[in-house]
Design a protein around this ligand. Structure first.
Ligand code: F6P
Length: 404
């Protein structure tokens, strides 16, 4: 058995981020000069069978032996193609399919016996995220005839796969990953796996292609210098938001992630209004720091009425927890979760946009741009500019840009 070439076999229920991961791995290998190709069973099925037939959940029923035979045939075609690819110039072949049954995996192991196989099982049970992904999936042309039954059909398809699903265990080499967190849950390898270290590294790295990090535009509370709250944007704020929309008009933004606060949603609406097909997704994870008993006060009021709070926060702003509220430090976890969710949902899109708040954006910036904790609460986050961030193995870019 030669050990310089590798089969990566993806595994997991539908809508768990397998194809996104396949694309990420292929791009990373290719950038490192390692010829890699994806063999996707679904793509093959869509080429050979009428789209409408395979969108129906019944095509995935374990009882449907005709469809099952067809799916096995497509799987075998891809195994042959992957094998031929590695026999020639390819170094890594990625087989992208659900591969939920142990029986299917045994066939793979029998057919692909010339190089090591590394399985990667994608796991994600976050209902909210799953729902959003399914809503996106059913927008594909193959589901159009199902109209409002499409989501139900897709959920039924998942249930059929759950019936036959056997997690990885007896396989010789595998990684089980939480595909939302980009985190390895379990790993086992019995054979020498080529490119293993770099593969692990690709798996756990959050690649940021183009992150546009925007702070909501001017609000009524901003004008009065009040912190927190849930006020609307002002007339000036609307003009700023419209200017943002015009600025991003020619960039494709598929999703805008906001907090659950009116001011970020209002800002995002003006931007999405100038896009073709853009969805606003509000995540509570991106809500502004909770100032507890100080919510809607001005800094002057806090200094006057709650001098201890003012003094203590001034002495250690990063760690200071507002009574009944949060600190920068305690916000970090939820904001990291928000980032994970938005990156996962944004899938392979080139651009990602977040409309956040002053403290939230500071924290997001600090996740990509190293800053001492003490400095994080003082990062400059103006309302007339935005940050553009690119962060990958090969490129790091942080720029603060004007939009008007
Ligand atoms: O003033 C706007 C605001 O977003 C408040 O809602 C929030 O409490 C504050 O900024 C966070 O900034 P700092 O940590 O500097 O008080």
């Amino acid at each position: 058995m030669s050990d310089e070439k590798l089969y990566i076999v993806l595994m997991g229920l539908p809508a768990r981020g397998k194809s996104t991961l396949a694309g990420r791995l292929r791009d990373a290998f290719l950038k490192d000069g390692i010829p890699t190709r994806i063999f996707n069973n679904g793509k093959l099925r869509r080429t050979y069978l009428p789209l409408q037939e395979t969108a129906s959940s019944e095509f995935y029923s374990p009882e449907n032996s005709v469809a099952m035979a067809l799916r096995e045939r497509f799987a075998r075609i891809n195994m042959e193609r992957a094998k031929a690819y590695l026999r020639n110039s390819g170094l890594v072949a990625i087989l992208d399919a659900n591969n939920a049954r142990r029986k299917r995996r045994a066939i793979i192991e029998k057919q692909l016996d010339d190089h090591p196989i590394l399985y990667i099982e994608c796991i994600n049970d976050d209902e909210y995220i799953l729902n959003l992904i399914i809503q996106e999936k059913v927008k594909l042309p193959e589901f159009s005839h199902l109209k409002d039954k499409a989501v139900k059909e897709f959920l039924k398809r998942i249930d059929y796969y759950k019936m036959i699903y056997v997690p990885l265990k007896v396989e010789r080499n595998y990684l089980r990953i939480d595909s939302l967190q980009n985190m390895i849950i379990e790993e086992k390898h019995s054979d020498a796996i080529p490119f293993y270290d770099r593969l692990r590294d690709y798996l756990v790295t959050d690649e940021v292609k183009n992150l546009f990090l925007i702070r909501h535009t001017e609000t009524e509370d901003n004008v009065e210098n009040r912190i927190g709250g849930d006020s609307k944007i002002t007339a000036k704020g609307k003009m700023q938001a419209t200017a943002l929309g015009a600025f991003f008009k020619n960039k494709k933004i598929s999703y805008i992630f906001t907090s659950a606060k009116i001011r970020t949603i209002d800002t995002a609406r003006a931007i999405s209004a100038m896009q073709d097909d853009c969805r606003i997704i509000s995540l509570k994870e991106f809500d502004e720091i909770n100032a507890g008993i100080c919510e809607r006060m001005t800094y002057e009021e806090i200094e006057r009425k709650l001098p201890q709070v003012f003094k203590k926060r001034g002495a250690d702003k990063y760690h200071y927890v507002y009574p009944e509220g949060e600190s920068y430090e305690t916000m970090k976890h939820r904001i990291t979760q928000g980032i994970k969710k938005s990156f996962f949902l944004n899938q392979q899109a080139k651009n990602i946009m977040i409309v956040g708040h002053q403290a939230v954006n500071r924290m997001i910036l600090s996740l990509f741009l190293y800053r001492r904790e003490d400095d994080v609460p003082y990062i400059y986050v103006p309302q007339d500019r935005f940050y553009h961030i690119v962060s990958s193995h090969y490129k790091k870019l942080f720029e603060l840009k004007r939009y008007d």
